[in-house]
Design a protein around this ligand. Sequence first.
Ligand SMILES: [Cu+2]
Length: 159
Amino acid sequence: MRQQVQVALAVAVSIGVWGLAQAASAPQVVEVQMKEFAFVPATVTLKAGVPVELRLVNRGVVEHEFMVYDLGHLHLAGMDPQKMHRELEARSYFRGVAVQVEGRAKLVERRGKALVMVTLAPSERINLRFTPRRRGTFEMGCHVAGHYEAGMKGSWVVR
Ligand SMILES: [Cu+2]
């Protein structure tokens, strides 16, 4: 009898937790536009632990890249492009983050399962679904030659 009560209680608690998880799973929907030479908005603010649907669209006339990384004290100016890509990949925000990609992109680069970079041709749009965990301020940047230097970067803030 006592065992039955405990089982019933465990089930009730599980359902309660499940109900909370459902309530918390309404995604944060954010649209980020890419154009020459900016991300709009220039600051993306996300809440940690809440699923995100990031709608990424290229409204420009040339292709653009989307990367998010912890810039730290890295100085990108004058760095060899291949070395820079490796550095940014190692610092990617998406390391250890499951990212589901919906839609067609010119290029979706992954290292293992981790998203490294998305390249969109003009007019392409994709959705990225993931749940941010790591809090802090990171950088999003487009590293097509000359774009970052022209101002194509922004802040990625997770609170
Ligand atoms: Cu660009």
